[in-house]
Design a protein around this ligand. Structure first.
Ligand code: ZN
Length: 86
């Protein structure tokens, strides 16, 4: 056995492997790929679809409300509101 080989544990499955470099953290390229993919998945930032938010407080200062704003203000559905307008 060479003095240069180091027994290490793979970061993916925690299995032992021998390495010549103390920097190795994967037992194989396969584990490297697996861990890389895992990291890629975890790094994905889910960007929520942003809806324009109408705050009630903003509407209080308004003299005129659009249908969409009125829906927010009176907390009723747009259909109900349109019926009331008719
Ligand atoms: Zn491994």
């Amino acid at each position: 056995m060479s003095h240069l080989t180091i027994r290490r544990k793979c970061v993916v499955f925690n299995e032992e492997f021998t390495s010549k470099s103390s920097k190795d953290i994967y037992c194989s390229k396969l584990c490297f790929k697996r861990n890389w993919r895992k990291q890629q998945k975890e790094n994905i930032i889910v960007v929520p679809k942003v809806k324009p938010i109408i705050a009630k407080d903003d509407l209080l200062s308004k003299h005129y409300l659009s249908v969409k704003e009125a829906v927010v203000f009176f907390e009723i559905s747009e259909v109900t509101l349109r019926r009331l307008i008719k």
